[in-house]
Design a protein around this ligand. Structure first.
Ligand code: S3P
Length: 459
């Protein structure tokens, strides 16, 4: 693995440690069966730490996802003066966050690979009115930050960034202006950054989201005592209004299981004959459940059992059994509710009969990798009939995958997990070049797959 000139010492360390990982595959074998618990939701975990660090009093968080991305957010909140500590281990771990007034950090805030962490923190730091520099790994340095910086600048924040990319310097500024913004991209990260910055602005900020995207920030702000008004527009979108200068009050958060991580386990069960897997305690907020809706349309034997409400979010135990699947057209309107699940859906589509057309995918080009390109290359190399365009991907399944090729993951955790799952039913093994990035979102991935009966080679 190459260490490029111009990297910070932290980036160099990250790249070197990742470079030690060799090729990995999951081996075709027994049916998968068992009941496992999904790891904590990544989106909710970031938000719980940030809001806990902004609130007065102690916020206790259970079920926090202890993955690299979230731990970077924990470090960043500590660097700004919040107290963030963990008591206990495993299922009994409780994270305690308390904060209030943020202080300028003495060093750049480093977010590793985490787009959610950095974009949410940009908004929160802007709202707190402190000076800070933000940075990330090579992949995060390549991702667009202008989508967050533009609305922040409209609010009166001075931000320095080359080409709208990290590193970004936010200059301390008080007297933030409230704004009315229509989101140009359906992005919960951008929406959240504006709402968090609005906490420091004078007057009412209004965000118009023409396409609904995950609403965890709005739900959690309410739990922390912030009042927001949500008004539907006439076309399926909505306006979110928030009055500035509101104080957050600590509350306790129980983080539900991550539907985006559970997706890999459910997909594995669907494609491996005679499998029957239950993933317990998964968030099934409709703004996150598009993948499961699509699987049902494909004929999957998948059900939400024991549906319940906890902390203002819907949870269920997701049971998936091996299924005979058929291709479907996935409408662009569903993209926001399953934006992270397209790579694994494309794998499932390769095991279905007929064509699965996925449209409205332009955002996949600017994720941790260009996910359209990575999925297309990996599937084609392993024998799938796959085509793509600027914002679409089409997979024509017939007899599954021949396998036999090594997939380049481009340091993208979801590409890595998707192709490991692909190899569970292929004629020949599917190898990935590097599994280390899986730790950014799903450190227990291999353990859970083994619990379900999988063998892993080369990890
Ligand atoms: C996230 C929003 C989505 C998603 C990401 C998590 C969030 O990104 O892809 O993994 O927690 O707000 P965008 O806001 O860029 O769509």
């Amino acid at each position: 693995m190459q260490v490029a000139a111009g990297m910070t010492s932290q980036q160099t360390k990250d790249v070197r440690s990742r470079g030690q990982a060799g090729a990995v595959s999951m081996v075709k074998g027994n049916p998968l069966s068992g009941v496992v618990r999904a790891p904590g939701d990544k989106s909710i975990s970031h938000r719980a730490l940030i809001l806990g660090a902004l609130a007065s009093g102690e916020t206790q968080i259970t079920g926090l996802l202890e993955a690299d991305d979230v731990l970077r957010t924990a470090s960043a909140t500590r660097a700004i003066g919040a107290t963030v500590e963990k008591d206990g281990t495993g299922e009994h771990a409780v994270w305690r966050a308390s904060g209030g007034d943020w202080l300028p950090p003495s060093r750049p805030l480093y977010f590793g690979n985490s787009g959610t962490g950095v974009r949410l923190a940009l908004g929160a730091v802007a709202g707190a009115g402190i000076h800070a520099t933000f940075d990330g790994d090579v992949s995060l340095r390549g991702r667009p930050m202008g989508r967050v910086l533009e609305p922040l600048r409209m609010m009166g924040i001075e931000a320095t960034a080359q080409d709208g990319r990290l590193p970004v310097e936010l200059h301390a500024g008080h007297g933030l202006k409230s704004v009315s913004v229509k989101l140009a991209t359906p992005s919960a990260q951008v929406k959240s950054a504006i709402l968090l910055a609005a906490l420091g602005a004078e007057g009412k900020t209004r965000v118009h989201e023409p396409v609904l995207c995950r609403d965890h920030t709005e739900r959690m702000l309410s739990a922390f005592g912030v009042s927001l008004t949500i008004i539907p527009d006439d076309c399926g979108g909505r306006f979110i209004e928030i009055e500035g200068r509101q104080k957050l009050h600590a509350c306790n958060i129980s983080v539900p299981g991550d539907p985006s991580s559970a997706a890999f386990l459910a997909a594995a069960a669907l494609i491996v004959p005679h499998s029957d897997v239950t993933v317990k305690g998964v968030l099934v907020n409709p703004l996150r459940a598009g993948f499961y809706e699509t699987l049902k349309e494909m004929g999957a034997d998948i059900s939400f059992e024991n549906e319940r409400e906890a902390n203002g979010e819907r949870l269920a135990d997701i049971r998936a059994k091996h299924s005979v699947l058929h291709g479907v057209e996935v409408p662009p309107a569903r993209a926001a509710s399953m934006i992270d699940e397209y790579p694994i859906l494309a794998i499932v589509a390769a095991y279905a009969q007929g064509e699965t057309m996925m449209k409205g995918l332009e955002e996949l080009r600017v994720k941790e990798s260009d996910r359209i390109a990575c999925v297309e290359a990996g599937l084609a190399a392993n024998g799938a009939d796959v085509r793509s365009g600027p914002d679409w991907l089409c997979v024509k399944g017939s007899n599954g995958l021949s396998g036999g090729a090594r997939v380049k993951t481009s340091h993208d955790h979801r590409i890595a997990m998707s192709f490991l799952v692909a190899g569970l039913s292929s004629e020949n093994p599917v190898e990935i070049d590097d599994a280390s990035m899986i730790a950014t979102s799903f450190p227990e991935f291999f353990d859970l797959m083994r619990q379900l009966g999988c063998s892993v080679s080369g990890e």
